[in-house]
Design a protein around this ligand. Sequence first.
Ligand code: DAH
Length: 351
Amino acid sequence: MSNLDALKQDITAAVQAANDIAALEDVRVSALGKKGKVTEMMKTLGKLSPDERKEMGQALNVLKNEISAEIDARASMLKNAALNERLEQERTDVTLSIRPAQKGSIHPISQTITEISDIFADMGFVLTEGPEIEDDFHNFTALNFPPGHPARDMHDTFYLPDDDRQTGDDAKRLLRTHTSTVQVHVMQNQKPPIRVLVPGRVFRSDYDMTHTPMFHQIEGLLIDKSTHMGHLKGCLTEFCRRFFETEGLSVRFRPSFFPFTEPSAEMDIQCDRSGGELKIGTGTDWLEILGCGMVHPNVLKNCGIDPEEYQGFAFGLGVERVAMLKYGIPDLRTFFESDVRWLRHYGFGIV
Ligand code: DAH
């Protein structure tokens, strides 16, 4: 039996000395292959007496299994080591720029949101956000669009496929069609006085030169005890003059309709369209810039604010629209095509 022990020791030493899979395979063949040392010993069993054969046969089987297990363990160790070495050598830093020579720039949408936020921050508005996946209550009902109201149909809403809920059910989920939803969250969670500005993505099922299924809006909301239409006019006039960098810019407020404001208005700024070119701040034409109004008492009530005690104004504007006007960008769709040449042309440098 001791020569079996010696054989095992030899083979174990050879297994441990094998430094790659090919060398290990050689060791396996020389021990367990057709002409291997263990196999050769198996062949001699026939010459032994039945008792010896039984004892020797069992011992050889044990030896064979032990060697196989050692070889398998060594093989998986060598494979792991080889993989780790490769991983070490082929390491890539995924945070590196793929084109190190290319300098990034700020997208006109981000730039415009920053500019607008800065102006309203100076007037005491606090920046806030809300969810993009909303429910019917926040997008419509709380904002005084009752179920079945025709103004709901104007929004080309993307509903989520909640099969157990019907459109018009307050809990029906949807992608918000306007940032006015955040008015509701803010009024439900904050006590007046309130002054918030809400930039964000909104979604509508529409696509052409002037519509994309996702675009950006900025919502403003101010609630206090004695807020009136004069405050709305002053605040938005000051905003337009600063945003378009035109001191004496003329503006006008046209009566309009939104279910969540009463009275409602659209604000236009002075422009000149003669010669096929649009110039802001001169001329006798008007250009629509945003929607606004005094918050409807029903909206205050729906959000837990007493309309006898508080009133306020709200406004909403399209970020792409004002960015196109300010920076002379002709096609809305190009904002979202991720074309580096477009961004190089219209983007803003990082300071
Ligand atoms: N939510 C309106 C829209 O998407 C925009 C708007 C109009 C917002 C008037 C307002 C507002 O807060 O007072 O068309």
